[in-house]
Design a protein around this ligand. Sequence first.
Ligand code: MN
Length: 736
Amino acid sequence: MPPFDENKEKKIILSAYSDLLRSCRSNTTVAERKQIRKAFEMAADAHKEMRRKSGEPYILHPMAVAKIVSKELGLGTTSIIAALLHDVVEGTDISLKDLEMEFGKTVAKIVDGLTKISEFSEQTVSKQAENFKKMLLTMADDVRVVLIKIADRLHNMRTLGSMAKEKQLKICSETSYVYAPLAHRLGLFNIKSELEDLSLKYTQPEIYKDIEMKLADSKKARDRFIRYVTDPVKKQLDQMGFTYQIKARMKSVYSIRQKIIKQNISFDQVYDIFAIRIILDAPLDTEKADCLRVYSLITDLYTPNPKRTRDWITVPKSNGYESIHTTVMTPKGRWVEVQIRSKRMDEVAEKGLAAHWKYKDTGAAAADRAFEDWLNKVRQVLEDPSPNALEFIDDFKTNLFAHDIFVFTPKGDLITMPQGTTALDFAFEIHTQIGMKCIGAKINHKLVPLSHVLHTGDQVEILTSNIQEPSYDWLNFVKTHRAKSNIKNFLKEKAQELSTRGHEKLLAILRQLKVEMDEHLLLFLQNRLGTTTTLEFYQKLSEGQITPEDIKKSIKQRGKNKKEISTKATENFEAFINSNKGVNDDLLVLDDTISRLEYRLASCCHPIPGDNIFGFIGTDYIEVHRVNCDHAPSLLAKFGYKVVKSKWGSSQEILFLVGIRVEGIDEIGIIQGITKVVTSDFKINMRSMKIFSHDGTFDGTIFLYAKDTSIINQIIRKLMQVKGVHHAERVDAEEM
Ligand code: MN
């Protein structure tokens, strides 16, 4: 820690303060400046004794964050105040109430939001997901919370050097996982690039330094080349009377690195290390026309590559980005990217959202609408409480971070969708009912299935039928949140309805038979009639796959066996426990000492020797489950007293039916390959095999008889080595 010098520190803090004030918007009023001063004094006093890891006074951190918020994000007084105070509630004894009294509700709410988003580093993945969700929730509430959070992260990244190595890595991984994509999505390109660069710098310092050095080495030659390309452009622009600025925009170290990896090229082969950016000082009503005039000028001077020309002015990106991009061939035989935009567009590109607000009333409608659309999608995803936070993140990433494609309705309306979406997603995007009734689509007048993946420029016509309804299979290929949640809701309701009907039907049958309904009976029928869950049982009953006769027969059978088996099971069980004095008192050993009659292997998890198991004492028999069975937690929670510890005996010579799921590429001979492993390598009886192949991939389940888990594990390992097989795993249920 550097020597402590109170006067010197005071000077540093005061100069940081006047620096902050200088960064404020020019229209900041005297009253607002007073509020900022008050916030500064409150924070400085609260953090008085605190030091950062680097040894400097803590207050310099919130001040730096406030400056980023003001200067780099262009936000106003409220955000500056909230940034100054962002750490006081968590780290000092100032309360939210105090803040509300001094600075009003909005500041208190923003600081509250910032406090709630705790650091991600020390948490498990699902915790991180929860936290991420929380962050987005606050964003839907007030976007400033997330903007300040990003500024906070940026400053922490800029000062990461004084942290311990391990902490650095954690913070970096979280930065590239959450903050950089978020900054990108909010249109904060500079901050996104800086976050990525800093991340790379700390996680892979050698690579970072190497690229940085090469950039420095090539700078002189690059500057010369830029002058060579831009001088003729400047001359023409001057003649045409434009006010403008020309910048050479460098690619970030991180994105150069990405390019090197993705295209497997060397540093010298990255041809777009920089782009030339022309920023026009043009009034709003002629900005597009002016940009197009400049585009025309550029392409008169240099030959453009038509494949690399993009007009983001006519159709802005969904984060609001507007610009014309083109790549042209220079006389020296080198491609150069040229970006043309107005000053307003440039500011939007640099400061994102904040600049949007600034221009909100000026009528730059297209970009604004694109951004509003995006925010609406955020809200849509957030308002539907997805039970699983990880699923939520997936949803969020595909729906909101994905690159967009543009497709058209038959009438020619443009619709923006995430990449990878299908015809069915499109149908739901148009209208929920069209999605529900969709049977297929015509793309560019050609008939395609629902699962067809869309591409930019496709014109999509949806075909519907009144008798169509969603099926489970749809969930396998839809991408958008809207489609998924609608299909899921429909299926849930339908299952509910079937189940209610099945339940009523069962009650009626039992009434007829004068049999009392209870949980054991239900479990018995469910097992006996080959269903694994109560829901499935009811559904099959209401759809007629299980008939009233089936139920009557089963109940008769049960009456006959019930008494005999149940007494025998209990007696045997007790005898068994008593005879095993050496072992734990309530340990059930499944071997020849008790016959197969008294226990049953649960049909939900199909335990086999080698699995960790427990016994569940039922009326008629002991049901043996795997410890990791889906039903285990609820059985243990509800009927703990009926559970006995169990283990497999050694003399087990019985063979058990096991299913193994296999996935992979549908190559010639794959089936022989799989069969060979089981039947010749292991000399095992295969009962059956189901293989489904689709579009060059296959998945299937093989059923075989095996002695225990060790054999199964060996088979699985061997199967994974078969050419074309990507994955093999044991399955629990399935109709064995
Ligand atoms: Mn902070």
